[in-house]
Design a protein around this ligand. Sequence first.
Ligand code: ADP
Ligand code: MG
Length: 350
Amino acid sequence: MAGVTKTYGKVHALDDVSLEVKSGEFLTLLGPSGSGKTTLLMVLAGFTRPDCGSLKFGDEEVIRKPPHLRDLGMTFQSYALFPHMSVAGNVGYPLRLRRVPKAEVARRVEEALETVQLGGFGERRIDQLSGGQRQRVAVARAIVFEPRILLMDEPLSALDKKLRDQMQIELRHLHEKLGMTTVYVTHDQREALTMSDRIAVVNHGRIMQLATPRDLYERPANRFVADFIGESTFLDVTRRSDGVAVEETPLILSEPLPEARDLVMMIRPERIRLSETGPQDGANNFAATATEVVYQGDSYLLHADLAGGKQIAMRGAVTGKSVSSLPASGDKITLTIAPEDTVLIDAGEV
Ligand code: ADP
Ligand code: MG
């Protein structure tokens, strides 16, 4: 899609969005609530007509094409199942709409149910199913007519964490098996990182960055993305004649300086090391005072004040050794960050 804008009164739900989805890829729209994700999906599906812009499937302009002619399957934020129909009735609905013969409907419904691991559930009523099963019925209904494109709007948000984790893997496997181009919506950054080939981070109706999970996390294009994905602390960077510095510490970098005039250093809590032997050669060292240490079982979280007064958070692995030597509040410590983990980004707010 190119130059797509959709306004509701004064709200720019979509603000000049251009986006290219590759055939067969799993692309996720990730953003906070109200950022425009559902609107973007509805434009792709054809339920929402944008104010302007173009939408092409391959070489074909489809912006005026009604939803049922776009050859796409969709699951909605609410499951939107028909409660009075059986599971088979729900899943077969798109086929009956397309006037597929009865015997073939039955065969393809069973096949779709098998795919989502609900084989034999056809006669059940929707209200006899758990949340996870309903979700799978919604997926079966979206894939039963083998659409070119599958659109899913926060399909797992109503499920508890364990089931959500499991369904993430299942949906990913389903994508690998069927090879359908998939556009998936979530506000959950971990879900996006787990499932996607690429992620488009959306904010205020605009795409902030489109990249692989790894590039987004390692090299966010701006402060919004760095803040939204993962945890980070930002420290002001000062320029010097011989390079850049943070808190009076000249930085050793592994990459050339970004072009932006004002820079901040992005620090991920898990990329900091607590040095037991003071400053390390070849790394960036910060003297700090521990203010709080929280033991969390699989890891510990340490808050510290840097010499200049800035707060910083670090996360460390808990091992038999580290657990018995965690610093206490008030201890003087040295925090070490490798040059590869010293990431500078544009300080400008977006
Ligand atoms: P998301 O799915 O990311 O939570 P939406 O796409 O639903 O966000 O909404 C984006 C913005 O557009 C929000 O500010 C929302 O209030 C507004 N919006 C969406 N749909 C409508 C509508 N039908 N009428 C008025 N405002 C809408
Ligand atoms: Mg939404």
